[in-house]
Design a protein around this ligand. Structure first.
Ligand code: AKG
Length: 295
């Protein structure tokens, strides 16, 4: 018996690999996220370079702080940690991949007005292959997400296809060009919705987003999670400091020591480039960009 999703929403997710739940969160939650972001923007005014909390956008200055990403918000904001454990986030995930869930990571992508960076096409599963693909990214849409401000885009159904080659010159580059692998750009779909909506995409879904050239920011808070019986394959970009540490990431339900194996394609994201672990930096290895770079 599903908790919040209808049978047709579950079926649609299984077929297409994504869902948008319009106006899913109370407006107070979004207001609280805004307050948290303001706090991090104040912190950014004192920074000249990125650190393990805040990744700065090119062009950042103390006068005009520009944050590209708030890293691991569940670790540095009680508010965003508490939200992660609510049914707003976990109930739809349980409806899609079962009762036992473990966090993979969290991030808040800021995509600022007028220059916010693109994210090239990729599959999350190419970064962190696991023994099965019951893996989701849940995006809390903080600003109205529309065509003009660089919405998340997906290739519906691509979660059932190959895991594409995300390497350039033999080094993991975390991206690829859809046209090189026979995907038709006309098939890509923009995920749009008012602030307070949530997007859900499958771990194998091909997705990306263009630079934001509009006058409005497009901020989205991702919680990426998987079934507790999905274990990282060696070489996966998963922080693993032993099972005790891994189990601190349980979001709900029971942990296990018996991984579930699924017969699915796997590629190992190794060797890694000699850059900090950030998708924005890793993707700089891509020679043929699909989206414009910030000027
Ligand atoms: O923020 C976006 O539009 C896409 C985010 C994404 O795919 C990522 O951070 O891995």
């Amino acid at each position: 018996m599903a908790e919040v999703l209808s049978e047709s929403q579950i079926k649609s997710f299984q077929e297409t690999g994504y869902l948008v739940l319009d106006s899913h969160l109370p407006s107070e939650v979004i207001s609280s996220i805004h307050e948290e972001i303001s706090r991090f923007e104040d912190e950014a005014k004192r920074l000249n370079e990125s650190n393990d909390r805040l990744e700065l956008e090119e062009g950042h200055t103390a006068e005009q702080p520009r944050i590209r990403r708030i890293r691991l918000p569940h670790k540095i904001s009680d508010m965003m940690r508490n939200l992660m454990f609510t049914d707003h986030i976990l109930a739809p995930a349980r409806d899609l991949i079962g009762p036992n869930l473990r966090l993979h990571t969290s991030k808040l992508n800021m995509k600022s007005a007028e220059n916010g960076a693109a994210i090239e096409w990729h599959q999350d599963y190419a970064f962190y292959p696991h023994t099965n693909d019951d893996i989701l990214a849940i995006g809390v849409i903080i600003d109205d997400m529309k065509s003009e401000n660089g919405p998340l885009m997906v290739y519906p159904g691509s979660h059932k296809g190959p895991v594409y080659d995300h390497h350039v010159d033999g080094v993991f580059a975390g991206a690829f060009s859809p046209t090189d692998v026979g995907l038709n750009p006309a098939d890509a779909v923009e995920l749009t919705g008012p602030a307070g909506s949530i997007s859900i995409h499958h771990g194998r879904m091909v997705h990306g987003s263009a630079q934001n050239t509009s006058k409005r920011s497009r901020r989205i808070l991702f919680y990426e999670m998987m079934a507790a019986d999905a274990f990282p394959i060696m070489g996966s970009l998963t922080n693993w400091a032993g099972i005790e540490d891994y189990d601190t990431r349980m979001l709900c339900g029971e942990t296990t020591l018996t991984p579930r194996l699924k017969d699915i394609p796997i590629r190992i994201p190794q060797p890694q480039p000699d850059t900090p672990i950030s998708i924005y930096e890793i993707q700089k290895g891509l020679k043929k960009r699909n989206f414009a770079m910030p000027s």
